[in-house]
Design a protein around this ligand. Structure first.
Ligand SMILES: NC(=O)c1ccc[n+]([C@@H]2O[C@H](COP(=O)([O-])OP(=O)(O)OC[C@H]3O[C@@H](n4cnc5c(N)ncnc54)[C@H](O)[C@@H]3O)[C@@H](O)[C@H]2O)c1
Length: 363
């Protein structure tokens, strides 16, 4: 039988993808701990929640005694720490929430984990993996090189600052208390079950519903994108193959401006409406440039060669084909406010590869 993973934030976007991977692709067990807040989506666990290998606890990591009890009762082999407040705009509106859920919650979990590791867990394979972000390295705009795992931390938002702080705690608990820890820094994730207020789901939804598509500033902010399932497979590799004390960047092979991502989505959705309903859409006309976010980083750029070389990790498909899969998923699974003039059939979007042009929406 496999190992037992305790997954914090397992009802969120990436955490739930990790849990589905664990149950569908491995023989491991998942103990999910999540406080089921705004970032959670219960549907993201619906396909696995009845599995005998899954246990779900609705609990806040700030509840020290309750989390300690869960750890001792469940006796996990690994902890994968996804739980966090994650929306940069919300961190500007209410930074304290981020201080509590990203720093204090991680502090609690580390304290409980070191007590648990020392007192109860004799298994040498124990690992605490902390999920961080490329945003802790700050804006790469002025830097001529990509950030590596040992680049300086230069966080600019309350979100990235609290994530950076939690990374430092994890590192210190590894060094001072010999807790076996690893950290991953991933770029922007996209895929199914992401909250509707993040860039890609929001643009898909608004383009389909013919609502304005707001873009911060000039839209020239450059980001690297990683398909959520690729990030999950990288994290699993780290959790099962890496030695303790290691840190890994996880990123796709693409750097693309926000405006180009938005235009790409608009084009794919227009193509669909034209093919299926002979309706001419010009979704790019919905784009509105709005005041830029305060302290908005222009470029995030990380070097993911370490994980590719050391753990032989690679993404499965490219950005465009993953984007098409994502659009298809939102068409089929979201509550979309579709224009009433169109007859919508639930199977209407069939995305597949065509011979002529590689990846394309094939209706
Ligand atoms: N989404 C991205 O593009 C991205 C990129 C890089 C890194 N990350 C990191 O990956 C992790 C997961 O991100 P996500 O996009 O899945 O976030 P998400 O907002 O979708 O999910 C976070 C989950 O954590 C839970 N949570 C928050 N505070 C908690 C607490 N105190 N106790 C218990 N549960 C709590 C929430 O209820 C939610 O279900 C985060 O640590 C984030 O910083 C995300």
């Amino acid at each position: 039988m496999g190992e037992k993973f305790l997954i914090t934030g397992g009802a969120g976007f990436i955490g739930s993808a990790f849990c589905r991977f664990l149950i569908n692709k491995t023989n491991n067990k998942a103990v999910i701990v999540d406080k089921f807040s705004y970032g959670s989506n219960k549907n993201s666990l619906s396909t696995i929640k009845n599995s005998k290998r899954v246990k779900i606890y609705a609990e806040d990591l700030c509840e020290y005694e309750a989390i300690k009890k869960i750890l001792i009762k469940e006796n996990p082999d690994k902890i994968i720490h996804f739980a966090a407040e994650t929306h940069v705009d919300h961190s500007i509106e209410n930074p304290k929430k981020f201080f509590i859920n990203n720093l204090l919650a991680t502090f609690n979990l580390l304290e409980i984990a070191r007590h648990y590791y020392k007192t109860y867990h004799k298994n040498k394979k124990f690992l605490f993996h902390h999920v961080s972000t490329d945003e802790v390295f700050g804006d790469s705009f002025d830097q001529s090189v990509k950030s590596t795992e040992s680049s300086a931390y230069l966080p600019n938002s309350p979100y990235s600052a609290t994530k950076a702080g939690s990374d430092h705690l994890v590192r210190a608990w590894g060094k001072t208390f010999c807790l076996p820890v690893t950290i991953s820094y991933s770029s922007n994730n996209f895929g199914s079950f992401q909250a509707n207020d993040k860039l890609i789901p929001k643009v898909i939804k608004n383009a389909i519903e013919e609502k304005t598509i707001p873009i911060y500033g000039d839209g020239l902010q450059k980001r690297n994108w990683i398909y959520v399932d690729d990030n999950v497979s990288a994290i699993y590799k780290i959790a099962t193959k890496s030695s303790a004390g290691e840190k890994y960047n996880i990123a796709g092979i693409n750097e693309i401006t926000n405006i180009d991502v938005v235009k790409m989505i608009c084009k794919k959705i227009d193509y669909y409406f034209l093919k299926k309903y002979k309706i001419l859409r010009q979704s790019h006309k919905l784009i509105r440039f709005v005041n830029d976010r305060v302290a908005h980083d222009k470029v995030y750029s990380i070097d993911s060669s370490k994980i590719r070389k050391k753990l032989k990790w690679n993404e499965v498909e490219n950005f465009e084909s993953n984007l098409e899969k994502t659009i298809k998923w939102y068409f089929e699974n979201s509550d979309l406010d579709l224009p009433k003039t169109q007859e919508i059939n639930s199977n209407y979007l069939n995305i597949s590869k065509t011979k002529e042009n590689g990846n394309f929406l094939n209706i």
